[in-house]
Ligand binder design. Structure first.
Ligand SMILES: *[C@@H]1O[C@H](CO)[C@@H](O)[C@H](O)[C@H]1NC(C)=O
Ligand SMILES: *[C@@H]1O[C@H](CO)[C@@H](O)[C@H](O)[C@H]1NC(C)=O
Ligand SMILES: *[C@@H]1O[C@H](CO)[C@@H](O)[C@H](O)[C@H]1NC(C)=O
Ligand SMILES: *[C@@H]1O[C@H](CO)[C@@H](O)[C@H](O)[C@H]1NC(C)=O
Ligand SMILES: *[C@@H]1O[C@H](CO)[C@@H](O)[C@H](O)[C@H]1NC(C)=O
Ligand SMILES: *[C@@H]1O[C@H](CO)[C@@H](O)[C@H](O)[C@H]1NC(C)=O
Length: 581
């Protein structure tokens, strides 16, 4: 009897878990709108990412926050950053703050729902105390870095004279990968985790790549073989952009390897794969990476489309009508309830959030009503950056860096001297081959597929009136600008004076959001975080095990500094006396 009930119980359990899909999120960092082939560029081939997009749904109006920390906090909580105090500047190295502990993060929800949860790569949501790090916040494991970026090979990040290594395995500093290319070690880790996964449980894997963020300030763009990159992309004029192209290419190969691992493990037929960038590219300026958001306006940090309308696609064999471009509004906060719904969770568990469950719409868009009609783009206190979308209207206020990131940047990458776009490369990519092995679809022959790809690529490409765009001087929106974002996706025509009532309405909506805002949690960098106290690595410096270490050094340093000072003063006095004599 007991044996029977155990049997039935375990049968039920395994029945439940086999229904829950594996969820793999591949998050790129600062990837430009125009740096994937499916958005119409010929310059940087991304056959694997393109294959994923064409085989699933291209989410062409998916919005993020304009920078890393706010975007990642929104993904993890389903809340706009203004509700958690995570708006504004990304967390600095050694800044004693993180995503507040009372927030229940997505991986915590998924762990409770029976998932094995893994994070590979970037965190950037706080580590001053280890309670704030990934493995204390819902991830069974983490291999990656705590800060905003690291050098691609040396895995170090510097902030002024604070220089330290930042690659961790759970709570330990992981030195053995020192010198190995970041995109490769994160891919290898993801592949190993997939291949060793216990398939009696569903997997949640988030691969948060360093690519294609710039590396350390002293060496922004890094690739495994510089000569090879210059040769491969010699048709690109700017040598730095050639390196960016190679970094993007490595990211694309990573997507191929991860999808192939899912196939080899036999779990691709029950997986959902989400590819997205946390925000747009930073073509010039601080942490520039030579990426391109063309023809969208603006760079990372701004409220313009180039910063917040990110490269996004989703694939799953569960999709009822794949091979489409969705132009419905989606915001990065929506993934929290959407992923929870994918796992079979009841979204009423989630309490008050800003995210909207988009799963039924994503899986089958025959219901044409769009679940989201409006969204907050951003409000910040330190920098005047505001943005809101309601239907076809977008209101923007932007003064970041005196508007120097507000214009049009980056290459269009179309036509000569770039090579012609190769659909063949897409069809022979690792992703395409893997997906074909499990996707039953209504496209029967290769010609039909080629035509479908051409059509999807055309649909996913944004065309703007180039002449107007090129010669428009601003207008910098240091006072409110209004755009018809459906008909003017490149934010060329400020129509704020033509629509005073709509402008007022959007201002009022912003005002309501502002009244809900929790003050930004940013804090001064802590001197006790200095990596020199911890074997030149960034650690959770407020943990009990480290706290005496910095005190010990602080005492030692102040003693030695005091001695130095005394010596200096005596020397000075001595000199004075000597001169006097
Ligand atoms: C971290 O280091 C401790 C002590 O050496 C070790 O027991 C533990 O297994 C390590 N954890 C990981 C994830 O490597
Ligand atoms: C996926 O494929 C595996 C191996 O072929 C099979 O055992 C499993 O039942 C399939 N799962 C689904 C959901 O189709
Ligand atoms: C269509 O979507 C709306 C909004 O999500 C929902 O309320 C409605 O029930 C859906 N209708 C069908 C037939 O699924
Ligand atoms: C912005 O412009 C003002 C006035 O020209 C100048 O004082 C300030 O330093 C500039 N700020 C930045 C971030 O460039
Ligand atoms: C200290 O750092 C070096 C690399 O600079 C590393 O090889 C060594 O293992 C570290 N020591 C400890 C105790 O972590
Ligand atoms: C740190 O120092 C305090 C006071 O000197 C001591 O009580 C405490 O045990 C020390 N903690 C560790 C982890 O060594």
């Amino acid at each position: 009897m007991q044996a029977l009930s155990v049997f039935i119980f375990s049968f039920l359990l395994s029945g439940v878990s086999s229904l829950q899909p594996n969820i793999v999120v591949i998050m790129a960092d600062d990837l430009g709108w125009n740096d994937v082939g499916f958005h119409g560029t010929d310059q940087i081939p991304t056959p694997n990412i393109d294959a994923l997009a064409y085989s699933g749904v291209i989410l062409n109006r998916h919005y993020t926050l304009p920078t890393c920390t706010p975007s990642r906090s929104a993904f993890m909580t389903g809340k706009y950053p203004i509700r958690t105090g995570m708006q504004g500047n990304p967390i600095k190295c050694g800044e004693p703050r993180g995503l507040p502990l009372e927030e229940i993060l997505l991986p915590q929800r998924l762990q409770k729902a029976g998932y094995i949860t893994r994070l590979v790569g970037k965190w950037h949501l706080g580590y001053h105390h280890s309670e704030y790090t990934p493995t204390k916040r819902g991830f069974h494991s983490h291999f990656g870095y705590f800060n905003g970026y690291i050098g691609y090979f040396d895995h170090k990040i510097d902030q002024g004279d604070f220089i330290g290594y930042d690659l961790h395995r759970d709570l330990n500093v992981s030195w053995i990968e020192h010198g190995k290319y970041a995109t490769e070690i994160f891919t290898q880790e993801a592949v190993d985790l997939i291949l060793s996964h216990d398939i009696s449980k569903p997997l949640f894997l988030q691969v948060a790549h360093l690519a294609v963020h710039s590396g350390r300030d002293s060496q922004l763009l890094e690739v495994p073989n510089v000569d090879e990159a210059h040769n491969k992309f010699k048709y690109i004029k700017d040598p730095q952009r050639r390196l960016y192209a190679e970094m993007t290419s490595r990211l694309d190969e990573s997507v191929g390897e991860i999808v192939t691992a899912l196939k080899d493990k036999g779990i691709l037929n029950n997986s959902i794969i989400i590819f997205l960038s946390d925000n747009g590219a930073q073509t010039i300026g601080m942490h520039q990476n030579w990426g391109s958001n063309w023809p969208l306006r603006g760079l990372k940090f701004t409220p313009y489309e180039g910063a917040v309308r990110g490269v996004t696609a989703l694939w799953s064999p569960l999709l009822k009508n794949p091979h489409r471009v969705s132009s419905h509004l989606m915001h990065i906060v929506d993934w929290y309830p959407t992923i929870y719904a994918m796992t079979g969770g009841d979204i009423s568990d989630l309490g008050e959030i800003d995210g909207i469950n988009q799963w039924s719409h994503l899986i089958d868009d025959s219901n044409s009503t769009t679940p989201r009609k409006d969204m907050l783009i951003n409000i910040e206190e330190e920098n005047t950056i505001e943005g809101i979308i309601d239907g076809k209207w977008k209101l923007v206020l932007s003064t970041y860096n005196n508007g120097s990131y507000d214009n049009y940047f980056g290459e269009d990458g179309r036509g000569l001297p770039n090579p012609a776009y190769s659909i063949h490369m897409v069809l022979v990519s690792n992703v395409f081959k893997s997906l074909q092995s499990v996707q039953s679809n209504n496209i029967n022959n290769i010609n039909q597929m080629v035509n479908k790809i051409k059509q999807l690529r055309k649909e996913a490409t944004i065309n703007c009136q180039e002449t107007e765009r090129k010669y428009s001087e601003g207008p910098y929106c240091s006072t409110y600008c209004l755009f018809d974002i459906e008909n003017d996706p490149c934010e060329e025509k400020n129509i704020v004076l033509n629509y005073p009532i709509i402008t007022e309405h959007l201002k009022n909506k912003l005002k309501t959001f502002r009244s809900l805002m929790v003050p930004e949690l940013n804090k001064p960098v802590s001197s006790a975080a200095n990596p020199k106290f911890y074997n030149n690595s960034w650690v959770s410096w407020l943990d009990e095990k480290y706290i005496n270490q910095s005190k010990f050094y602080a005492v030692k340093f102040s003693v030695s500094e005091a001695i130095t000072l005394k010596v200096c003063i005596s020397y000075f006095l001595f000199l004075l006396i000597f001169i006097y004599l």
